[in-house]
Design a protein around this ligand. Structure first.
Ligand SMILES: [Fe+2]
Ligand SMILES: [Fe+2]
Length: 303
């Protein structure tokens, strides 16, 4: 016997711990007796001489796929559940709310678990690819913002509770667009001044609707009303500045603008990630540049 080399990994999930064993051995060792011993200890593959580095790497990768406890099938399911939950919130915001069906805070909270899990166990890239296929621009935008917000929160290592707060803020931030005519929202070209003025009413209309409904925490109302404010006082609707703008609003503003820039719009191509970040850096004092800097790895790495 010339030699047998083994690689073993353990994959744990909620219900069990699986062990995978890959052996590299000499062709001469492949006796039926050895083969049956190896199978009995959980062998999943055997590499025989002559060894080839690339071939060994491929076989190891195939035997030990990256996993945090979810196999590929689970990943797809978890992603789909998250996207479905987020989509259900969008339907409540953009279809039911304008038709007079009240939106409840619990509608948002119900969805957030599945969304957080989806992005944690798949990836931001997969989330964006899936929601990017949505035909309605406003849905697509809010789902993009939610994806970036959750990935950002996870990247910053926020506590679970804070991750949820940011996910809720992202889902809700443009609720006021439910009261803006679809002709303006989905116009396949730049808006006229009047249309722009109408569009700029959405933070106030969203705030008024949620405040009248009741049951929404003050910070959610803050995000809905102020996510277009700038730190230098040039934003709308209230021209707030500096310390008047809360952290959760600052974070939401960053992911909101970034998402808008990298989304496809009917009247322009999307900007690249580098260009979008560059444009936001050029906005200088309008945005919290420290928070923008912390967002860079999410933007570039599709965290
Ligand atoms: Fe907005
Ligand atoms: Fe937005």
């Amino acid at each position: 016997m010339l030699g047998v080399w083994g690689f073993m990994t353990s994959v744990a999930n909620k219900t069990s711990t699986k062990r995978r064993l890959l052996l590299a051995s000499d062709r001469s060792d492949q006796s039926s007796e050895l083969a049956s011993i190896l199978r009995s200890v959980g062998q999943v593959d055997t590499i025989a001489r002559p060894f080839d580095a690339q071939g060994i790497l491929q076989r190891i990768r195939a035997a030990f796929p990256d996993s945090d406890g979810y196999d590929e099938t689970d990943r797809g399911k978890v992603l789909n559940r998250g996207v479905e939950a987020a989509h259900a919130v969008m339907v409540k915001i953009f279809e039911k709310l304008p038709a007079g069906v009240p939106l409840k805070f619990s509608d948002i909270v119900e969805a957030e678990n599945k969304i957080l899990k989806a992005i944690k166990h798949s990836s931001l890239r997969e989330w964006l690819t899936t929601v990017g296929c949505h035909h309605a621009g406003s849905y697509r935008h809010c789902l993009f913002v939610t994806g970036f917000a959750v990935a950002y929160a996870q990247h910053l290592g926020m506590r679970d509770d804070d991750q949820r707060r940011l996910a809720r803020a992202a889902l809700l931030h443009d609720v006021g667009k439910a009261f803006i005519p679809v002709d303006i929202l989905d116009k396949p070209g730049p808006l006229t001044l009047e249309e722009m003025e109408e569009m700029r009413q959405h933070p106030r209309r969203g705030y008024d609707a949620l405040a009248a409904q009741g049951g929404f925490p003050p910070e959610m109302l803050d995000v809905v009303l102020h996510h277009h404010e700038f730190l230098d006082g040039t934003g709308y609707p209230n021209g707030l500045n500096g310390k008047q703008i809360s952290d959760i609003v600052r974070l939401t503003t960053i992911v909101d603008i970034y998402a808008a820039l990298v989304e496809k719009r009917a009247y322009r191509l999307q900007f690249t990630h580098a260009r979008a970040l560059g444009m936001m850096e050029e906005m200088g004092d309008k945005l919290d540049q420290h928070l923008l800097h912390a967002f860079r790895p999410v933007a570039f790495g599709y965290y």
